[in-house]
Design a protein around this ligand. Structure first.
Ligand code: 5RP
Length: 218
C-alpha cells in the first residue's frame, strides 16, 4: 500500500470513533483531510465540528459540514487528527502543517483524542521529525537562543505565518528521550506560544494504517 492508501484506510477506521449526536474536533493535514472526506458521508449523524485550522474549516464547509467556533460549544466528544511522529506511549510530535496551537487547544477541549497515521509515523524515540514551535515574532531570536541551551537546533520556517499570526521554529537534531520534561521546559520560555510535543496530555488511542490492516495502539 502507498502512504496515501494507508491514510485513507485509517481515516475510514476513525469513523467508528465518531460519537453520533455530538460535536467532533477535527485536525489538520493530509490524514485529517482524508478523515474530513470520510466524515462527509456520515455528516447527518453529528451536530457539527470544531476545526483546528482555517484550512480544515474550509474543507469541512466545502462538504456542507457545520463548523463552530470553540467558544460557541460546551463539549467536544472526540478529537481526530494526524501526527508527524508517535512513540509507543502515544506521546506525539505535531505541527508539521503549522497548526499545532489550535490542535493542542481543540485536543485539550475534547473528551478523547484519536490519533490517525500511517505506520511510518510510529517511532521508538521522538525527534527525527523536526519539532515545531510556535513563537511570537518579536521573541524569535531570544527563544532560539534558549532552545540551543536546551540542546536543540532551531531553524526558522521561512515564509510561513500561522493562523494566529506567529512564526514557527523547527528544532532539528533532537533525540527527545523525555518528552514530558522537554514539553514543560519549552513551555517555560517566554515568547513560546505552543510546542509541538503532545506528551503531558498524549493521544488516547493511535490507529495506524498498514499493509496488514489497521493497527491499534493504546
Ligand atoms: C499539522 C499536524 C499534522 O497532524 C501532522 O503534520 C501530520 O500531517 P499529515 O497527516 O499530513 O502527515 O500536526 O499541524
Amino acid at each position: 500500500m502507498t502512504p496515501e492508501e494507508k491514510k485513507q484506510q485509517v481515516a475510514k477506521a476513525a469513523l467508528e470513533h465518531v460519537v453520533p449526536g455530538t460535536i467532533i474536533g477535527v485536525g489538520t493535514g493530509s490524514t485529517a483531510n482524508c478523515f474530513i472526506d470520510e466524515l462527509a458521508g456520515i455528516k447527518g449523524k453529528i451536530d457539527g465540528t470544531v476545526a483546528s485550522s482555517e484550512a480544515s474549516a474550509e474543507r469541512l464547509r466545502g462538504h456542507g459540514i457545520p463548523v463552530f467556533d470553540l467558544n460557541a460549544v460546551d463539549a467536544i466528544s472526540v478529537y481526530i487528527d494526524g501526527a508527524d511522529e508517535s512513540n509507543h506511549h502515544l506521546h506525539l510530535v505535531k505541527g508539521g502543517g503549522g497548526a499545532l496551537t489550535r490542535e493542542k487547544i481543540v485536543a485539550a477541549a475534547s473528551d478523547r483524542f484519536v490519533c490517525i497515521a500511517d505506520d511510518s509515523k510510529l517511532v521508538d524515540t521522538l525527534g527525527a521529525f523536526p519539532l515545531p514551535i510556535e513563537v511570537i515574532p518579536m521573541a524569535r531570536s531570544y527563544v532560539a537562543r534558549e532552545i540551543v541551551k536546551l540542546g536543540g537546533q532551531p531553524v526558522l520556517r521561512e515564509g510561513f505565518t500561522t493562523d494566529n499570526g506567529n512564526i514557527i521554529l523547527d528544532v532539528h537534531h533532537w533525540q527527545i528521550e523525555e518528552p514530558v520534561k522537554i514539553e514543560t521546559q519549552l513551555n517555560q520560555i517566554v515568547g513560546v506560544v505552543t510546542n509541538g510535543l503532545f506528551a503531558a496530555d498524549p493521544a488516547d488511542i493511535l490507529l495506524l494504517g498498514s499493509d496488514n490492516g489497521v493497527k491499534v495502539v493504546e
